[in-house]
Design a protein around this ligand. Structure first.
Ligand SMILES: *[C@@H]1O[C@H](CO)[C@@H](O)[C@H](O)[C@H]1NC(C)=O
Ligand SMILES: *[C@@H]1O[C@H](CO)[C@@H](O)[C@H](O)[C@H]1NC(C)=O
Ligand SMILES: *[C@@H]1O[C@H](CO)[C@@H](O)[C@H](O)[C@H]1NC(C)=O
Ligand SMILES: *[C@@H]1O[C@H](CO)[C@@H](O)[C@H](O)[C@H]1NC(C)=O
Length: 442
């Protein structure tokens, strides 16, 4: 969205004083501000000062940050009223967006922004960057994302946001709310990731170990579209029910890091448990890693210097991530169709602990399926080193009859032991396993 950059950039060098509280009309969409005088709050303001503006601003207040400036937060910014917005003045894209850096003690401070409480209906985050700052500290094993939205709210928006390097478990969390009443959120045009340290990275820096998601999404009747998610290590998009919504046209890419999955349908907190009723998931593109140098030209496969891998492109039900003895609630009610998978995976689409799910019209383009199962990985034992049977090896489409019911599946699905499939490793980095990307010259 190009608006006159010179106009927009002019006020920021003047570091305008705190803006007058400004009640925007309830906007569902991008509203260009070029015709208005645009002030912005400079980064001379610390988190407390920014928070005071939100508290004094009231409903509809827009906290306009200055383009290009970096705000280090020793505590998160909390939305304080309905229809508030945190954005960069003039709504620039790319590096011109203001950056909120999660600062302070990594054992305490994980969030940049929180808006998941009652009274925060219609709040929006637009055109900012949120740096989770995992680099300077350890992972924080608490359930918090860089951005925590959703909760008992309706009509929230997160768009054109870049959120990356979470200390906690995700770049962006849209929670279901304590009474399962989150509704009508829009999450669009965001860039999420990289997120988390995969096992190979963690072997070199054990204190940083821990996977993280790109988007962790539970809010119902919501739209998630046109997001770009790169190098998440847990799931690119992990869905927790989010019934009645749409997830479409997102791109989920792994280049340098291993991921459990591209889109992961985990346990749903919605009632009855497992509920995904009416969720439509279509036209997403899941891109596993490709060869990083030439290998076998005849087969068009080569090595990958990162040993990157998307273990499961689309994982439906918690049987994919757990053994048979751990969890028995089936997810149900979603349709997954017309998605495209390309690059290197262990499994394309895997279904286990699911019922009344439709999976059709999904396609593979230039995809390969590979991985080595560690000796101690069993699907019929609660511990990975118990006595037991191995899950089935790599396949494009796999489901397990014993853990599913009333599925409508596209043809070519293979029935096999689809339990605990994520217990698989990338081959050595010099193996000729990864597909050449389209047009790779060797
Ligand atoms: C404000 O942001 C600029 C980048 O525009 C940065 O160089 C500066 O250190 C920041 N100031 C503070 C107080 O963080
Ligand atoms: C807004 O801030 C005030 C003062 O801290 C607090 O009492 C109030 O609960 C906040 N409102 C919301 C909706 O969080
Ligand atoms: C889908 O996403 C692509 C980028 O991957 C974008 O170019 C295209 O406009 C999007 N389509 C729709 C209908 O939003
Ligand atoms: C798992 O399978 C192995 C090999 O078939 C068998 O010996 C073992 O008893 C099974 N364990 C359970 C808990 O079913």
């Amino acid at each position: 969205m190009l608006i006159n950059a010179a106009l927009l950039l002019a006020p920021l060098t003047l570091a305008a004083p705190a803006p007058v509280p400004d009640a925007l009309p309830e906007h569902d969409h991008f509203v260009p501000l070029a015709s208005r005088q645009i002030g912005c709050v400079s980064n001379a303001s610390n988190a407390d000062a920014l928070q005071q503006l939100l508290i004094r601003g009231g409903s509809g207040y827009v906290l306009r940050l200055c383009p290009g400036q970096v705000y280090t937060l020793d505590k998160p910014l909390l939305f304080n009223n309905t229809r508030q917005e945190i954005s960069t003045a003039g709504y620039p894209t790319g590096a011109a967006r203001a950056t909120l850096v999660v600062g302070g003690d990594p054992a305490v401070n994980v969030n940049a922004i929180r808006g998941n409480r009652k009274g925060m209906d219609g709040c929006a985050i637009r055109h900012v960057q949120c740096d989770g700052n995992r680099r300077d500290g350890r992972r924080v094993p608490r359930t918090a994302g860089i951005i925590e939205m959703g909760g008992p709210t309706s009509g929230q928006v997160v768009e054109h946001v870049h959120s990356f390097d979470p200390r906690g478990w995700t770049c962006l969390h849209t929670s279901e709310g304590p009474d399962l009443n989150c509704r009508g959120m829009r999450v669009a045009h965001n860039q999420l990731g990289p997120a988390g340290f995969d096992d190979i990275m963690a072997a070199a820096r054990p204190e940083m170990a821990g996977w993280s998601d790109g988007l962790s999404h539970a809010c119902s009747n919501s739209l998630v579209e046109n997001n770009y998610i790169v190098d998440a290590t847990d799931g690119g998009i992990v869905v927790f029910g989010a019934p009645g919504g749409v997830i479409r046209n997102n791109t989920i890419v792994n280049v340098e890091r291993q991921a459990l999955g591209g889109i992961v349908f985990a346990q749903s907190p919605w009632r009855p448990r497992g509920n995904y009723q009416g969720l439509q998931v279509y036209q997403n593109r899941i891109v596993g890693p490709f060869a990083t140098s030439c290998g076998d030209n005849a087969k068009r496969v080569g090595p990958n210097k990162y040993r990157a891998l998307t273990k499961v492109g689309i994982a439906v039900g918690s049987g994919v991530t757990q053994s048979a003895l751990q969890e028995d609630i089936k997810v149900f009610g979603m349709s997954i169709y017309d998605n495209v998978l390309t690059g290197g995976f262990s499994y394309g689409i895997a279904v286990s602990l699911a019922r009344d799910v439709s999976v059709h019209g999904n396609r593979f383009e230039n995809a390969k399926f590979f991985g080595t199962q560690p000796k101690r990985c069993f699907w019929n034992s609660t511990t990975i080193d118990g006595d037991g049977q191995h899950p089935h090896g790599p396949l494009p489409l796999i489901y397990y009859a014993g853990s599913t019911h009333n599925l409508r599946l596209q043809s070519d699905f293979q029935q096999a032991e689809a339990w605990y499939l994520i217990c698989i490793n990338a081959p050595e980095s010099n193996a000729n396993a990864w597909p050449y990307a389209e047009g790779m010259k060797c």
